[in-house]
Design a protein around this ligand. Structure first.
Ligand code: CA
Length: 443
């Protein structure tokens, strides 16, 4: 049966850091979180591995270079410019590192080297450039949000909203790894073929007119598997190093015209954004929940996808939020507007089931590979997690506080995802944000 990481002293809600802003309850990165990322500074732009603590980044490359507390293998992995080698060490090594870093940043470690060398090892987040957490060799995107599959299906295929295979197969497609980018930059509106407006007429060519986001979570592989050797469901949770927010930007008009019969191609491959911080599987232990309960009449998953512990603990309770800011709003110094919220607990398939399914044919997953969950919509209209669903394919535009309306995204629009976990008796943690601002097509 599957083993999940367990609670330990790193989750103790009473722990405080000497980095003062990490102790504010509304802060995403308290000492109980310790998410990993890759950053550079103005003084030293070399990408290196760090951990976010409050409003600062702790330089783990420098900290481990002088620290005898780090294992030799962790020290080696922390010299790299991406997290792939660290993730490849597996969850036990990452847990060990988490304990070490928590001890270093603890308020009680008054004599530790971080405090002594704080100015050297800690940089304010605002002075850092954040890079992609891993070198992503492969990216696959699932379709595990059943409320999204139903809502999007009802708009695209009213006669058959939920495909017959949906409750048996965790459906996915291979995404494009090269255009995965860290979520704080520009996303260029793609050009492409737009569908004919009347039967028998040709498609038109030009900038996408139905640009959309998809609210998803992403997760990164740990050790992975050799070609031909599958990862059984009972071991799959141990292969997931950590989670982030993921925006699967989608060009709906291009998608509608190109996707039959092989699925989306250019309508998705132009950009995928991930949040810069990877919240580790260990940090998420207090926020594990049961997998979405299958209504009576739904089939039990096939054996290779079924594990009792995964059903009991394989879900995640992460409150997700999408905010929109237009150029006009920013010009008037108006704050971003929350257009919808959702929760990762609505996924029909667990991340472990996705890993087991992905490898069941012998396909090899590599350390640092990225997997998207699929759009995570919820059961209520306020939880429909793409513009396509939220506006009923443009029929019911979102009205913003300044009177502007949006059916799909316009140039200058900025989309921000946030994610936060809270539970009575534990310190709340967050994912930071995943941001993208739409820029005009380059013709
Ligand atoms: Ca997607």
């Amino acid at each position: 049966m599957m083993e999940f990481p367990t609670l330990d002293e790193t989750h103790d809600p009473a722990r405080r850091s000497f980095v003062e802003d990490a102790n504010r309850p509304d802060n995403d990165f308290p000492i109980q979180n310790l998410p990993l990322g890759v950053f550079g500074t103005r003084a030293d732009s070399t990408p290196r591995i760090g951990v976010a603590i409050g409003g600062h980044v702790l330089d783990l490359k420098k900290a481990s270079g002088a620290g005898e507390r780090f294992t030799e293998q962790a020290r080696g992995a922390l010299q790299k410019t991406s997290l792939n080698s660290l993730f490849a060490l597996g969850l036990a090594a990452m847990r060990d590192l988490r304990r070490t870093v928590a001890d270093m940043l603890d308020q009680g470690s008054s004599s530790n080297q971080v405090r002594r060398h704080a100015s050297d090892l800690l940089t304010p987040l605002g002075a850092c450039t954040l890079h992609l957490p891993t070198k992503v060799s492969n990216y696959s995107d699932f379709y595990a949000g059943i409320y999204h599959a139903r809502a999007a299906g009802a708009l695209l295929r009213p006669e058959d909203p939920l495909p017959e295979n949906y409750k048996w197969v965790p459906i996915a497609y291979h995404g494009r790894a090269s255009s995965v980018q860290v979520g704080h930059g520009a996303v260029q509106r793609p050009l492409g073929q737009r569908p004919p407006t009347a039967a028998g007429t040709p498609p038109s060519f030009g900038p996408c007119e139905r640009l959309d986001f998809e609210l998803e979570m992403g997760f990164y592989l740990g050790g992975g598997n050799r070609l031909g050797k599958l990862i059984p469901i009972a071991e799959a949770a141990q292969e997931i190093a950590g989670f982030s927010l993921l925006n699967d930007w989608s060009a709906r008009d291009i998608q509608r015209w190109e996707m039959y019969p092989l699925g989306p191609f250019l309508s998705k491959s132009f950009a995928t954004s991930v949040s810069p911080w990877v919240v580790t599987a260990d940090a998420l232990v207090p926020f594990r929940v049961a997998a979405l309960s299958r209504p009576d009449g739904d089939p039990r998953p096939l054996d290779y996808l079924y594990d009792a512990a995964d059903q009991a603990n394989g879900g995640l309770d992460v409150r997700l939020q999408v905010l929109l800011s237009t150029e006009k709003m920013r010009g008037a110094k108006e704050p971003s507007f929350e257009i919808l919220t959702s929760n990762a607990k609505y996924l029909y398939w667990t991340p472990a089931q996705m890993v087991a399914h992905h490898t069941v044919n012998g396909c090899n997953l590599l350390p640092g590979d990225l997997i998207g969950t699929g759009t995570i919509s919820g059961p209520s209209p306020a939880e429909l997690s793409s513009m396509l669903e939220f506006t009923s394919a443009g029929a019911k535009p979102v009205v913003l506080p300044n009177g502007e309306q949006r059916s799909f995204l316009q140039d200058g629009d900025e989309i921000t995802f946030r994610g936060r976990c809270s539970r009575q008796g534990y310190a709340a943690i967050g994912f930071g944000s995943c941001i993208g601002r739409i820029t005009a097509s380059e013709i």
